[in-house]
Design a protein around this ligand. Structure first.
Ligand code: COA
Length: 251
């Protein structure tokens, strides 16, 4: 098991901490697998009432590891880990809270669309450059983002790949609040503990009522994934991914 994701219990709160700082928390297949397992185990354990997602200082996540994308783009095997994680997010039974500091790219942004409360620091920039990479929105973001941001806000985020600062994200309804870097974890844990103190069954029903029907979300993720997979092997995606990898080699 990878230690690029650290799992910790604090009372009724399960903390899932992405911890690959040298790669700005770019997510590998092993990291997705560990996060999926943590969500499933936490959901199955009555002692856990809330899931919390955190990153490292300055990096929530730089998104899917682009080297893994390039493997698929060039005909290699991709595995099911990303799909399993997206299903785990969509089907999670317990509230999820996230604390975002700094880089939040791709799934580093769209993961938060599944959370019930997201706190972000002033230096955070949410960005989903899917189209620039020759790809399409994923993780149900094409369904959830228009609900939160309106059609035009969602187009700016998911179509144009515009960056959303924490303040803009809050004003747009993408996140719950903006807090200083040194106050982030305390704010996230305070919110998580407040959630954990509620009657869990009433809260579960209330939460389910407020979210889009799970099956609708799952169906959208499936359609997005089919496009995503096809796009990954497109010339547009290969060129963009190669450009990123080449940039690495020449620096
Ligand atoms: N996949 C693989 N490696 C990544 C990565 C990703 N998504 N994001 C960052 N890294 C790696 C970099 O290649 C670099 O590795 P190296 O030190 O071995 O060269 C390291 O993480 C640090 O990244 P760097 O680019 O030097 O940091 P930065 O602060 O200048 O920029 C980003 C950070 C996130 C803006 C930039 O790395 C980036 O654009 N990454 C790609 C993001 C992306 O497109 N994600 C997919 C969305 S679908």
């Amino acid at each position: 098991m990878t230690d690029h994701v650290l799992i910790e219990r604090r009372g009724a709160v399960q903390i899932i901490r992405m911890n690959r700082p040298d790669k700005k928390n770019a997510l590998t297949r092993a990291m997705y697998a560990k996060m999926s397992a943590a969500l499933a185990e936490g959901d199955a354990d009555p002692a856990v009432r809330v899931h919390v997602f955190l990153g490292v200082p300055g990096a929530f996540s730089a998104g899917n590891d682009l080297a893994d994308f390039l493997v698929i783009a060039t005909g290699g095997e991709g595995g099911n880990e990303v799909w399993d994680f997206l299903m785990a997010l969509a089907r999670a039974e317990k509230p999820m809270v996230s604390g975002v500091d700094g880089i939040a790219v791709g799934i580093g942004t769209t993961l938060n669309l599944h959370c019930d409360m997201t706190f972000a620091t002033p230096r955070t920039l949410f960005r989903t450059p899917f189209v620039d990479l020759g790809l399409v929105p994923e993780a149900g973001s094409s369904l959830i983002a228009p609900q939160l941001l309106g059609r035009q806000g969602a187009f700016a985020l998911l179509g144009l790949g515009e960056g959303f600062s924490a303040e803009r994200a809050k004003a747009a309804g993408l996140i719950y609040d903006v807090v200083a870097e040194d106050a982030l974890e305390a704010a996230v844990l305070a919110a998580a503990n407040a959630i954990a103190a509620k009657p869990p069954q009433a809260l579960k029903i209330a939460r389910d009522l407020m979210r889009e029907p799970r099956e609708e979300l799952v169906a959208r993720i499936k359609v997005e994934s089919e496009h995503f997979r096809e796009r990954l092997t497109s010339e547009e995606a290969r060129a963009a991914l190669n450009a990123f990898m080449t940039r690495k080699k020449s620096s």
